[in-house]
Design a protein around this ligand. Structure first.
Ligand code: GUN
Length: 307
């Protein structure tokens, strides 16, 4: 993979997630406007947030701001606390509300709420996050469905570097149901040979060193070092942690030791400005897809599939 001229730093090309996310949101906005002209309505995104997790509040603000920028109607439901029955009643109401095309329940939920029960209560046809078991099953059987936003965003970034993934070795570090597992399924559906490393893996570097495509979503700042990475690999860093360094002060870093790994990788996402903006952009894309699906439009089939 060649570097564009003008990039003075040695090693990897920087993958501009922010720039691509801006273009996707502009496309969604055009799709929303087109839908409005034809159907007289626009997509609506309902966001449910329970509790005071500061990171969740920041993420939800970013999602709502971007939805408005894309011309999507927003419906906010914030609770300091709510019991599970109350949350399930709210979701039932949102499932029936014709103005709502997509529902997002921000995670984590408080411990007294059963996350599986809540996510399963969201109609699969309004499942903006792709967390409903039906959509997860579709992904795992390579059938069209709603794909979780972060993995969908990562795949888009990867495919801009490597248009055909068929036959490549891929490694995913982290086996969460939000990122690692769906990411592995997406890469498998693209024809990759996929390894998934996790907390109990005996030799993570042995997995990652084989990978032409490496996605890291472990939640451990700086976990992946230079000698973990195959020269020329495409490295996608989903991690986002705030660390305090005596010299550099407080800053946001990923799961990849960026300064080292960029010397060997072929292409790498920065943190911030890589996967984060793509997650939000893909939420907008999912919401538009769900709206078009609900409006019975053919275009939705193409948008709803995983590529
Ligand atoms: N919490 C962390 N990531 C996500 C996400 O992608 N969606 C939701 N709903 N909650 C999250």
């Amino acid at each position: 993979m060649s570097r564009p001229s003008g990039d003075a730093a040695p090693g990897a090309r920087l993958i501009d997630g922010r720039g691509l996310a801006d273009r996707i949101v502009a496309e969604v906005r055009a799709g929303v406007e087109d839908g409005r002209r034809r159907t007289g309505s626009v997509p609506g995104l309902a966001v449910v947030l329970v509790g005071g997790n500061p990171a969740s509040h920041i993420y939800v603000e970013a999602k709502l701001r971007k939805a408005r920028e894309a011309g999507i109607d927003t419906f906010e439901h914030r609770f300091d606390d709510i019991d599970e029955a109350g949350l399930l009643r709210l979701i039932e109401r949102l499932n029936r509300d014709r103005r709502v095309s997509g529902i997002l329940v921000q995670l984590p939920l408080p411990p007294h709420v059963d996350r599986r029960r809540v996510l399963s209560a969201v109609s699969p046809d309004k499942d903006a996050d792709g967390f409903h078991p039906e959509n997860q099953g579709r992904l795992f059987t390579d059938a069209p469905g709603v794909v979780p936003c972060t993995p969908r965003g990562c795949l888009d970034l990867i495919r801009r570097e490597v248009p055909s993934l068929e036959g490549l070795d891929a490694a995913v570090v982290g086996a969460s149901s939000i990122v690692g597992r769906p990411m592995a399924a997406l890469l498998l559906n693209q024809g990759c040979t996929v390894s998934v490393g996790h907390k109990a893996s005996r030799d993570l570097p042995a997995l990652t060193r084989r990978a032409d495509v490496l996605v890291v979503a472990a939640g451990q700042p700086g976990l992946v070092r230079r000698d973990w990475v195959k020269p020329g690999a495409v490295v996608v860093d989903v991690g986002i942690s705030r660390v305090t360094d005596p010299v550099l002060g407080s800053r946001i870093v990923g799961d990849v030791a960026f300064d080292e790994v960029r010397e060997v990788a072929g292409a790498i996402t920065p943190v911030p400005g890589g996967v984060g903006p793509m997650t939000v952009a893909m939420l907008m894309a999912n919401t538009l897809d769900l709206f078009l699906g609900a409006a019975g439009e053919r275009g939705a089939a193409a948008l709803l599939c995983q590529g």
